[in-house]
Write a protein of this length. Structure first.
Length: 406
């Protein structure tokens, strides 16, 4: 038993890394990642949440810089940890706010007000508990785990398919740090005294986990910003700049996908062409700004109609297109057209105070009854829309004529 004991102690010592040295290493890593985060923020200032993440990184860096500064002033290591722990808890609160902003979560507006209470509370608890390691880890680590889990949940929830992988990378590093903090919390709950948790070999592992988290989290944020920048480029190529509706290119892609879906499910669909009546007169009489306002309002009404999942796009000028999914019959399509007409038609008030009556001509074509090629389906709907427009003009011309029969 005698020779085994030293070997066992040596094996344990491999994990019991010097905490002061590790804190300096983590501090150096934090300073480098702060520089990286600042660079990412300068390049991507328009990305929501990024300035909160940069503030989080800066707070963490200051927290670790405070340790050697405090030790240099003659403080004990436990006293130096007061600033470090307060900064660490504040870092995680800022990190969560960045995640809320980045994912446009409704709680993003409320969380800063909660932080106004929690940040001072974190500072006070760090002071009161600096000499009570077990209790400090039990409280602070539990709170840290909660912040990390909430951040991971916010990053991963309801991600679009093209975002899912990048957001899961961010979530992975958040969960990794949460697991390390939860482990230390468990050890603190089982520790008989402060000394046993302070000298536990897992403290070294936790510091190494923190290094991995800092590097991995910074990398994942860079990926997320790159992915969002790519999404913006794609959006500019596929969205109409005025109305934010999908443009002609996006519509062509969607129509091809709808045809492919029909080939699998045999579920018919309809295409409606919509053109504004009298739009040229609005531009000539009230100006192009008024015309733009009318187009934006029409786009809003079309979105309202399409809440059930139908697709709406602007093809150009005053021409729009709507894809109506899952048409069981032609009469179902005609009923949808009447609902669409009722939704779009109606008066609007411009910012200048002038009133405009919005009215559309509509043309419906059903797949596969009216066409078996996407381009032909568009042509049929277009012809029917112009036929309705011509009929409406003729009816109004007769109504104005003193001799309707002539």
């Amino acid at each position: 038993m005698g020779p085994r004991a030293p070997r066992k102690a040596q094996s344990q010592m491999r994990w019991m890394l010097d905490r002061e040295t590790l804190s300096v290493v983590v501090s150096m890593v934090a300073q480098v990642t702060l520089l990286v985060m600042y660079t990412v923020w300068r390049i991507n200032r328009q990305v929501p949440g990024l300035r909160w993440w940069m503030a989080s990184s800066a707070t963490m860096s200051l927290g670790f810089l405070a340790i050697p500064a405090a030790l240099g002033m003659g403080w004990s290591f436990s006293q130096a940890l007061i600033i470090n722990h307060a900064a660490g808890l504040s870092t995680l609160m800022l990190l969560l706010q960045g995640c809320l902003r980045f994912r446009d979560h409704p709680a993003a507006d409320r969380w800063p007000r909660v932080m106004l209470v929690l940040v001072p509370a974190a500072m006070v608890s760090s002071v009161l508990l600096h000499a009570h390691a077990v209790l400090r880890y039990q409280i602070h680590d539990a709170f840290s785990v909660l912040m990390l889990l909430l951040s991971a949940w916010v990053m991963c929830r309801h991600s679009r398919p093209e975002e899912r992988l990048v957001h899961r990378v961010s979530g992975f590093f958040l969960l990794l740090m949460a697991a390390a903090m939860a482990t230390r919390w468990g050890l603190a709950c089982l520790a008989p005294d402060d000394r046993s948790i302070q000298d536990h070999p897992f403290q070294g592992v936790l510091y190494l986990s923190l290094v991995l988290f800092i590097v991995g989290w910074t990398y994942s944020i860079s990926l997320a910003c790159y992915q969002q920048a790519q999404s913006r480029v794609l959006a500019l190529a596929r969205e109409d700049a005025l109305t934010d509706l999908p443009n002609r290119r996006y519509f062509d892609e969607t129509l091809d996908r709808e045809v492919a879906r029909w080939e699998r499910s045999q579920q018919a669909f309809g295409l409606v062409m919509a053109d504004l009546n009298g739009f040229k007169q609005v531009n000539d009489r009230l100006g192009h700004d008024a015309g733009d306002a009318v187009l934006i309002e029409v786009a809003r009404r079309l979105r309202e109609f399409a809440r059930g999942g139908d697709f709406v796009a602007r093809l150009g000028g005053d021409e729009f297109v709507i894809l109506i999914h899952d048409l069981s019959s032609l009469s179902t399509g005609e009923q949808a057209v009447q609902r669409l007409r009722k939704t779009v038609n109606g008066p609007m008030r411009l910012a200048s105070g002038a009133g405009v009556d919005i009215e559309v001509s509509l043309g419906l074509a059903c797949w596969p009854q009216d066409a078996t090629q996407p381009g032909d389906l568009v042509k049929v709907a277009d012809l029917r829309m112009y036929a309705e427009k011509a009929l409406l003009k003729a009816q109004r011309g007769l109504a104005r004529s003193p001799h309707p029969g002539g």
